[in-house]
Every structure is written in structure tokens, then in C-alpha cells.
Design a protein. Structure first.
Length: 260
């Protein structure tokens, strides 16, 4: 069920927001269980690597999130602060003036929590998170996982130049890094297949170490001893940038405000 409404958590001049209520058991989740998303993923996949939303608008207490930066300049992870994982795998605090072509954030209001003390594979971890959330396969899952990872393999991508390639072409240039016995945090979202091309179907995970020095997009991970918090969300609030998303031109002038 899709409703058009006046933008609230994000608002742009000449933009509008869509609220997608993903039905679960015949009813929607509480309105507080929302994921706030800037731009549909299919635009990023097609090579739309410039957006209007400023990083400063994503920095809110207790918010977690992920995304990328204009020109596809590294990976984004949001943990109160917004961090940029550069193509060399190094993490830095993202400048407030940086902008994003795709990002998503939420607040874990009443997550289910559990500690996992036995080593497991990535698929085992994902199934455990789904079971912890009482997953019905129709909801969005938002997760934060803190602890020690026996190994983790991550990637990042360098900034692209116009004319931009597709995301699939850009990712062929990714640099992959592997760390062992590392403490840190994974932020993850799991979207159902009903989302179509508005977001990544399945799991999408980003990592940053406890010292906030290294990280990236998670390709594989083996948790050793972690504490997981996972929440079901049945509402996606999507803001569309104020331009034709089939174009890859520089962003138009305008102001975007982040989630409340």
C-alpha cells in the first residue's frame, strides 16, 4: 500500500515523499517503526551518483544507517555520527557538507536483543537475526551488531567521474580487505522481495571497527562473540530527489532536511 504525503522526516523543494506500508498479517506496524530512505536504489544502480541530501541531516542521536556519498565516494555507516569508508578501507568522520545520492536510517526503538557466543557463518547469522525478530519475510529488518568478529571481509569503491558508469560497472573496481579478530559494529538492513527495485532485496551490511578507523561494505563475516539488536519495520518513508532520476547531471540547487 503506497500513500503520497507531505514530506516530514526528509523534505526537499519540489520533492515529495512516499510512505510504503508493507503489510504483515493484515495490518501495518506502529508508525514509529520506520526506515527513512533518500532516493530509490534503482537510481543508484543506474548510475545516478549525485544527490542533494547533506550528511549533516543524517546525524541524529540513536540513529543507525548506511548508504554512500556523491560520486560513489566510499561507503557510509551511521552510528549517531556519519562515517565515510574511503576506497583504501580507512574510516573518517564525514564532513557536514558532503552529500548523498542514497542513504537509509532508522532508530532502534524496541529491538529484540540477543548475545551470540558461538562462531557462525554469515548465512547462519542472518537466519539467527531473522528468527530473533520473529521474521515473517514481509517486513524490513534493521540491525545493529556489536562485538568481536573472527574474520570479516569488506569492500569500498573509489569516487567515480562523469559520465558515470552503472553501479555494477563501478563495483568491478572495488578494493577488498580482510580483518581477523577485530572488534566493531555492523549496521544491517534486510528488505523483503516485495520492495522491488526501491531498495536492495535481502541483506545489506556495513562495518566499522571499534576505533572507527577501518570498515566497508560487508562481503563475508564470521562473528565470534557479538550482541545483536534487531527490529522489524513495516513502513518505509522514501524521499525522491527533485529531478529526473534517469539523468546523471550535477544536483540542482535546493535544501534537504534529515529525519527528526
Amino acid at each position: 500500500m503506497i500513500h503520497t504525503q507531505r514530506p516530514r522526516p526528509f523534505h526537499l523543494n519540489f520533492a515529495f515523499a512516499l510512505v510504503l506500508a508493507i503489510l504483515a498479517g493484515g495490518c501495518t506496524a506502529p508508525s514509529g517503526d520506520k526506515v527513512y530512505q533518500y532516493a530509490p536504489f534503482h537510481a543508484l544502480a543506474a548510475g545516478h551518483f549525485d544527490g542533494d541530501l547533506a550528511v549533516s541531516q543524517l546525524k541524529h542521536h540513536d540513529y543507525i544507517g548506511l548508504g554512500t556519498f556523491n560520486r560513489l565516494d566510499g561507503e557510509m555507516i551511521v552510528l549517531d555520527e556519519v562515517y565515510q569508508i574511503r576506497s583504501d578501507g580507512q574510516a573518517v568522520v564525514a564532513g557536514d557538507s558532503l552529500r548523498t545520492p542514497f542513504s537509509e536510517v532508522t532508530r532502534l526503538r524496541l529491538p529484540a536483543k540477543r548475545t551470540f557466543d558461538s562462531p557462525m557463518s554469515l548465512p547462519e547469522l542472518q537466519r539467527a537475526l531473522e528468527a530473533l525478530a520473529g521474521d515473517d519475510r514481509g517486513s524490513i529488518l534493521a540491525c545493529r551488531i556489536d562485538g568481536v568478529f573472527a574474520s570479516i571481509r569488506v569492500r569500498s569503491v573509489r569516487a567515480q567521474d562523469q559520465p558515470y558508469p552503472t553501479l555494477a560497472e563501478a563495483v568491478k573496481q572495488q578494493k577488498v580487505y580482510e580483518c581477523r579478530q577485530i572488534r566493531g559494529t555492523i549496521v544491517a538492513f534486510r528488505f523483503p522481495t516485495t520492495i522491488g527495485n526501491m531498495n536492495v532485496q535481502g541483506w545489506h551490511m556495513h562495518f566499522i571497527d571499534a576505533d572507527r578507523k577501518v570498515g566497508g561494505h560487508v562481503l563475508d563475516v564470521q562473528p565470534q562473540s557479538v550482541h545483536a539488536a534487531v527490529q522489524k519495520c513495516s513502513v518505509l518513508e522514501l524521499t525522491l530527489p527533485p529531478r529526473d532520476l534517469t539523468a546523471t547531471s550535477a544536483p540542482a540547487a535546493g535544501h534537504a532536511a534529515g529525519p527528526e
